[in-house]
Design a protein around this ligand. Structure first.
Ligand code: ATP
Length: 294
């Protein structure tokens, strides 16, 4: 397990990462979200040790992460760092060898990954001759080489077409299922919704929300959609109702944590037909907007 404890990073007088703590657990995909400049990349760089922290600890399997531990971490940095003039195959083999693999093993794994990522035909092409999306796939392959024990991926899905996104998502799931903790940042909240088991939300250098996607969806005050065919402003006066958004055919009603939704339904039925009465489960995008508002 990877654990961040009170991690801090300052750039001059600006605190870019402010006492950030969270965990990335075995077998789980953790989505890392936050607006531009929230501090995600800076946090990931500190996890990888490519940027020093001004405080706090990065723990791996219970102890402060060492340079040796970090050699086993697969990293896809924000600044994509491969050599444009070299062929795809030769630089991936080179990277695999740097991670301690023998030549035959490095070649085998490189070919396997290129196959999986739909790049087998591009193996002998120079990186610079590939489209941006395909260059991105090569960057992903570079992070996955050498049986990493942890994956830290900065925006791995940006620039990928929908098929490539699906292939990548499937591949990352396989790594997670094999026990590798996966941390990935993304601005594509629909994708985060689909993929992540756990979520960390950052705003202005701080963690403003974290937990399983289901925990975060669970609101203190549940909301219900009531459809009666007419505006249901009358719900405002009911005991246990904390907020009402009137609609042309009903209302969205927020209840106190201990209120009984059955009473709301009974009230509605006493007033006429009820076409729908359903809990409103927030999407990750809704949760993100709420947490990062202000
Ligand atoms: N090398 C640096 N020197 C000075 N300030 C920096 C440096 N790197 C990052 N920052 C600042 O730290 C803050 C966090 O930046 P960071 O890149 O970590 O955010 P982010 O969440 O990854 O954003 P994005 O989603 O836009 O990539 C920003 O205010 C940024 O300007």
């Amino acid at each position: 397990m990877l654990e961040l404890e009170e991690l801090v990073r300052d750039f001059g007088s600006h605190r870019a990462v402010d006492r950030v703590s969270f965990r990335v657990s075995e077998g789980r995909m953790t989505g890392f979200v936050g607006g531009n400049g929230a501090g995600k990349t800076t946090t990931m760089r500190m996890i990888m040790g490519v940027l020093a922290s001004n405080g706090g600890t990065v723990r791996w399997q219970g102890s402060p992460a060492t340079a040796e531990d970090r050699r086993d971490f697969g990293y896809m940095p924000e600044e994509r760092g491969l050599y444009p003039k070299q062929t795809v195959h030769s630089q991936l083999v080179y990277l695999a060898r740097l991670r301690g693999q023998g030549t035959a093993e490095a070649r085998r794994e490189t070919l396997e990954l290129l196959e999986r990522l739909g790049l087998a035909e591009k193996a002998q092409a120079r990186l610079e001759s590939l489209s941006l999306g395909n260059q991105q796939r090569v960057q992903i392959a570079a992070a996955l080489l050498g049986s990493p024990r942890l994956l830290v991926l900065d925006e791995p899905f940006s620039g990928l077409d929908p098929h490539a996104v699906d292939t990548m998502a499937e591949l990352l799931r396989e790594y997670a299922a094999a026990g590798v903790p996966v941390l990935f940042s993304s601005h594509q909240l629909d994708l985060v919704e689909r993929l992540c088991d756990d979520l960390v939300v950052m705003a202005k250098g701080r963690v403003v929300g974290k937990g399983t996607a289901d925990e975060l969806r669970h609101r203190e005050r549940p909301r219900y959609l009531l459809v009666t065919g007419a505006p249901a402003g009358w719900t405002r006066g009911l005991a246990g109702v904390t907020d009402v958004e009137e609609l042309s055919d009903g209302a969205r009603v927020e209840l106190a944590a201990d209120a009984d939704p059955g009473r709301l339904l009974t009230e509605a039925l006493a007033r006429g037909p009820v076409h729908a009465f359903t809990p409103l489960v927030p999407s990750i995008a809704d949760i993100y907007r709420e947490m990062t508002a202000a």
